[in-house]
Write a protein that binds this ligand. Structure first.
Ligand SMILES: Cc1ncc(C[n+]2csc(CCOP(=O)(O)OP(=O)(O)O)c2C)c(N)n1
Ligand SMILES: [Mg+2]
Length: 802
C-alpha cells in the first residue's frame, strides 16, 4: 500500500470517527433522562468499529458485497455514506429525530443504501449467511448473470455472539456448504452492561473451525508487532496475552501513566523490557498499548486482501477497544456514557474542527481536499453508486387452480394448489422457492418437492430411489431444485425467508418464497419474522396445522395467539380461510401482493375502496388447518373473490330485521354454519359472516375511521359496508379457533352488542368434539351465546342439544 493511500485512509478513519461522534453529540437535544442511557451506547460502540469499517468500505468492499452493520455502529455507517455521497447533512443532523437518520441501520427507513437492517442483535448476522445461500441458489439457477458474485459481510459485537440464532445459522450454513461469507467480530471485550468472560476468543476459534470456517485472529497492530521485535518485546507480549480483560480496559481508560506504573510493577525488573517502556512517553506508551489490530489500518487491509483469495467462510476476530479515540475508551460503563460538552470541546480541538464547520467533509484533516475527494470518487465499493436492485414482476395468472374434492382441509388444498403449479410450465412456478424446517412432508409440500426437487449446489441422488425401495417421496438434490430443506430451527426459517424475500433487491432476481411450519412455532421464530417484515422481505408463510383443531396433539402444539400476531405484525397480511376455493383466491392474491412496491396511497386524498395500503404490497401469512371440511359448491365470482381478499363476505346475508349475526374465521366454519341453521326458526334474519382475514378487515376499518376524522366524511371500509344494514339491536357472536380478541372488535364497528368466543387456555387433549365443547366454541356454545345476546323466545334446538 502506498503512503499516500494509507494517508487518505487514515484521514478518512479520523473523519468517520469525528462525524459519528459529532452526530451523536448533536442529537443530544433528543434525549430525555432514560434515553440518554441508550444514545450513549452509540458513542463508545461506534468508535470500536471506526477503523474496521474504514478499511472495509473505503478499501476492501466491492459493489456486489452486502453488509450487516452491528446496530450501534449506525453513526459510523451513516458517516461513511455521507462521505460517499449517499447520506445528507440534514439527516445526520437529525439523527434519531423525526425522519432523520436511524439509530440502527434500516433498509426501509434510511436513505443511504443499507443492505440489511439491524437492531435486534444476532439477526443481521444470520441474515448474511442466508443471503449467501440465496445468492448460490440464484446463481445455480442461471440467473443474475450481470451481477457479480458478492460476499455477505457481518460486523458483529462480541456480546452479540451470545444470541442463539447465530449458532443455529452456523449449523445450517455448514450443512448447506456456505461460501462467500465474512463475519467480523468486534472483539472489544465489552457488552452493554459488562466486560466479557476471559478467553472467549478461544471458544470462538474452536467453534468456527468446527463448522469449517477459516479463523483469522487479528490481535496486535503494527506498532505492537514492531515493539515485540525489540529487546524485551517477548516479555511485553506475554504480559498482554495474560492480562485480564477488566484490567486491560481499566488501564486503557486511565492512560499512559497508569500503563507505565502497572507494566513496571509487573515486568519492570526484567531488564530490556524496562528500557522498552521507558523509551516511550506516556502518550506514546498509551498509543502502543492500545494498538490492537482492530484499530490498525495496515493490518486490517492486509487481512481482508488475504481472505479474498478464496470463497470459504471467514471469521475475523478483531481485537478492538470500545470507545477507541474517545475519552470513554475502555471504561466498563461507557455504553451508557456520553461525552460531556467539555470533553467534546477538547475532542473538537484535537480534531482541528472549527466551530460551525462540524459537517465539512475535509475540515481539520491536513490533507489535500481535492486529492481526498478524488480518492473518495475512486472507492471501489462506490463504483456503482447506490446498490438497491430491482427485478420485473413475475406474471400471476388471473386464477390459480382450485381443487375440486368434495371434502378437504385447507392444508390439503394448499398442497394441491402447489402441486398443480408444479406441473405447470409457467414463470410463476419457476420463481417459487419453498423452504421448511423439517416439516416439508407434514405441511403438504411433499408433492411440490417431488416434482420440483430439492436444491443443493452439488447434485445428490435419493438412495432409496436408486435402491428401488418404494417411497412416496423423491428426495433428489440438484442445483436446479426448488426446495431448500432446513433443519428444525424456526429462526432459521424466518431468516431464510427474509433472505429469499429480498433477492430482487440484493441480486436483481425475483423469487417467490413460500415457507411452511406448524402454526404454534411461529412464536419460536417471532423476532426473526418481525425482522424479515421490517426489512420488507417478501414471502408467503403457510402455518399449519393451527389451533386446538389438531386436537389430540395437546397444549404444546395448540396455537392460541397467532391470529393476533397476524393482525398486529406490520408488513404481513394474515388470512385464515375455511374453504379451499377461498384459499386459492388468497394464494393468487399473495403471489401478486408479494411483488408490489408502490407508494402507499395517501389516506387523505384517495377514494380507496378498501382503505388498505395494498399498493405497497407485503408478505402474507396463511393460518391453515388439517380439519377436512365439506366444500361449498359454488362458482367463484369476481365480487366474492374481492370480498375474500378484503377480509369477509356474507355466507348468509342477514335480513333487514336481523337479531343475530354469527361471524366466524377458519376451520370452525361447520359449527358456525350449524349454529345459524339451528337458530333460524327462533331468531329473525340470522346472518353468517365468513371472515377470511380479520387482519385486513380490521385494518380497513381503522384506516377509514382515520380518514373520516381527517374530514373525508364518505370514507367507508369493507366491514362498515357489510354491517351497514344491520339493525342497531342485532347482536354479534364471533367465533374462531384462536384468541377471541381477534374478532371482538367487530361489535365496535356499528355499535352492536357482541359476544366473542375463542380459545384462551391451553393444555387439553381430546377429540375435536371434546375440545370444542371444553373451550366453548362448539355449536351449542355459539347458540347459547346468541340466545343470551339476543333475548327472545327460547331457541328450541338449544334445549334439544343440551
Ligand atoms: C435481541 C436484543 N437484545 C438486546 C438488545 C440491547 N443491546 C443492544 S447492543 C447490546 C450488546 C452490546 O454488546 P456488543 O454486541 O459486544 O457490542 P458493543 O457495545 O461492544 O459494541 C445489547 C444487549 C438488542 N439490541 N437486541
Ligand atoms: Mg462488545
Amino acid at each position: 500500500m502506498t503512503d499516500e493511500r494509507l494517508a487518505h485512509l487514515s484521514a478518512l478513519e479520523k473523519k468517520v470517527l469525528w462525524l459519528a461522534t459529532w452526530t451523536i453529540h448533536n442529537a443530544n437535544h433528543l434525549r430525555d433522562n432514560e434515553d440518554g442511557l441508550k444514545i450513549g451506547g452509540h458513542q463508545a460502540s461506534s468508535a470500536s468499529l471506526a477503523t474496521i469499517m474504514t478499511a472495509l468500505y473505503f478499501s476492501a468492499l466491492r459493489p456486489q458485497d452486502r453488509v450487516a452493520v452491528k446496530p450501534h455502529a449506525s453513526p459510523i455507517f451513516h458517516a461513511i455514506q455521507y462521505l460517499l455521497g449517499h447520506q445528507s447533512k440534514e439527516k445526520l443532523a437529525d439523527f434519531r429525530a423525526y425522519k432523520g437518520a436511524q439509530s440502527y441501520p434500516s433498509r426501509t427507513k434510511d436513505i443511504d443504501d443499507v443492505d440489511f437492517s439491524t437492531g435486534s442483535v444476532g439477526l443481521g448476522v444470520a441474515q448474511t449467511l442466508f443471503a449467501s445461500l440465496v445468492q448460490d441458489y440464484v446463481k445455480a439457477h442461471g440467473w443474475a448473470k450481470d451481477w457479480p458474485e458478492g460476499r455477505m459481510v457481518a460486523l458483529i459485537g462480541d456480546a452479540e455472539m451470545d444470541e442463539g440464532n447465530i449458532f443455529e445459522a452456523l449449523l445450517e450454513g455448514w450443512k448447506q456448504g456456505l461460501r462467500n461469507c465474512w463475519w467480523i467480530i468486534d472483539y472489544n471485550r465489552q457488552s452493554l452492561d459488562a466486560v466479557i468472560r476471559e478467553g472467549l476468543f478461544s471458544r470462538f476459534e474452536a467453534l468456527f473451525s468446527a463448522f469449517g470456517w477459516e479463523v483469522v485472529t487479528l490481535k496486535y497492530g503494527s506498532l505492537l508487532e514492531e515493539a515485540f521485535r525489540e529487546q524485551g518485546g517477548e516479555a511485553l507480549r506475554r504480559w498482554i496475552d495474560t492480562c485480564p480483560n477488566q484490567l486491560y480496559s481499566a488501564l486503557t481508560f486511565q492512560g499512559g501513566a497508569a500503563w507505565r506504573k502497572r507494566l513496571l510493577d509487573d515486568i519492570g525488573d526484567q531488564g530490556p523490557v524496562t528500557a522498552l517502556i521507558e523509551r516511550r512517553s506516556d502518550e506514546a506508551l498509551a498509543r502502543l498499548m492500545t494498538n490492537l489490530a482492530g484499530h490498525d489500518l495496515p493490518s486490517l487491509i492486509a487481512a481482508f486482501e488475504a481472505a479474498k483469495a478464496h470463497d470459504k467462510p471467514v471469521v475475523f476476530i478483531a481485537y478492538t477497544i470500545k470507545g477507541f479515540g474517545l475519552p470513554l475508551a475502555g471504561h466498563k460503563d461507557n455504553h451508557s456514557g456520553l461525552m460531556t460538552p467539555a470533553q467534546m470541546e477538547d475532542f473538537r480541538k484535537a480534531m482541528n474542527i472549527r466551530p460551525g464547520h462540524e459537517w465539512d467533509k475535509f475540515e481539520g484533516l491536513g490533507v489535500d481536499a481535492r486529492k481526498l475527494q478524488a480518492f473518495l470518487d475512486a472507492v471501489p465499493f462506490n463504483a456503482r453508486g447506490a446498490r438497491r436492485l430491482t427485478a420485473p414482476r413475475v406474471p400471476v395468472p388471473a386464477e390459480l387452480p382450485a381443487p375440486k374434492q368434495a371434502e378437504m382441509s385447507t392444508q390439503q388444498g394448499f398442497g394441491l394448489v402447489l402441486n398443480e403449479l408444479a406441473r405447470s410450465d409457467t414463470a410463476l412456478a419457476e420463481r417459487i422457492v419453498t423452504t421448511s424446517p423439517d416439516v416439508t412432508v407434514s405441511t403438504n409440500l411433499g408433492p411440490w418437492v417431488n416434482r420440483r426437487g430439492l436444491f443443493a449446489r452439488e447434485a445428490m441422488a435419493d438412495t432409496f430411489r436408486q435402491e428401488r425401495i418404494p417411497s412416496t417421496f423423491n428426495w433428489e438434490f440438484s442445483p436446479k431444485g426448488q426446495h431448500m430443506e432446513l433443519g428444525i430451527a424456526e429462526m432459521n426459517l424466518f431468516i431464510m425467508l427474509s433472505a429469499l424475500g429480498l433477492s430482487h433487491s440484493l441480486f436483481g432476481e425475483r423469487l417467490l418464497p413460500i415457507g411452511t411450519l406448524y402454526d404454534p412455532f411461529i412464536a419460536r421464530g417471532l423476532d426473526a419474522l418481525n425482522y424479515a417484515c421490517y426489512q420488507d422481505a417478501r414471502f408467503l408463510l403457510t402455518a399449519t396445522p393451527s389451533g386446538i383443531t389438531l386436537a389430540p396433539e395437546g397444549g404444546a402444539h395448540q396455537s392460541i395467539a397467532t391470529p393476533l400476531i397476524g393482525m398486529a405484525q406490520d408488513g404481513l397480511a394474515a388470512f385464515e380461510p375455511a374453504f379451499v376455493d377461498e384459499l386459492s383466491v388468497i394464494m393468487r392474491f399473495a403471489f401478486d401482493y408479494m411483488q408490489r412496491s408502490g407508494e402507499a396511497a395517501d389516506e387523505d386524498g384517495s377514494a380507496a375502496r378498501s382503505w388498505l395500503r395494498d399498493e405497497t404490497g407485503g408478505s402474507v401469512y396463511l393460518r391453515l388447518s388439517t380439519r377436512p371440511l365439506a366444500q361449498p359448491q359454488r362458482t367463484m365470482s369476481a365480487d366474492l373473490a374481492r370480498d375474500i381478499i378484503d377480509g369477509a363476505y356474507w355466507l348468509r346475508e342477514p335480513g333487514p330485521n336481523s337479531e343475530i349475526v354469527v361471524a366466524y374465521a377458519g376451520a370452525i366454519a361447520p359449527e358456525a354454519i350449524a349454529a345459524v341453521g339451528l337458530m333460524a326458526e327462533d331468531r329473525r334474519d340470522v346472518g353468517l359472516l365468513a371472515v377470511t382475514s380479520a387482519d385486513r378487515l380490521n385494518a380497513g376499518w381503522t384506516a377509514a375511521s382515520r380518514a373520516r376524522e381527517r374530514g373525508l366524511v364518505h370514507a367507508r371500509s369493507h366491514v362498515e359496508r357489510l354491517f351497514a344494514k344491520l339493525p342497531p339491536h342485532c347482536g354479534i357472536v364471533t367465533v374462531l379457533d384462536g384468541h377471541p380478541a381477534t374478532l371482538a372488535w367487530l361489535g365496535a364497528v356499528g355499535g352492536h352488542r357482541t359476544r366473542s368466543l375463542g380459545v384462551e387456555h391451553f393444555g387439553q387433549t381430546g377429540s375435536l368434539a371434546d375440545l370444542y365443547r371444553h373451550y366453548g366454541i362448539d355449536t351449542q356454545s355459539i347458540v347459547a351465546a346468541a340466545e343470551t345476546l339476543a333475548p327472545g323466545r327460547p331457541i328450541r334446538h338449544l334445549r334439544a342439544l343440551g
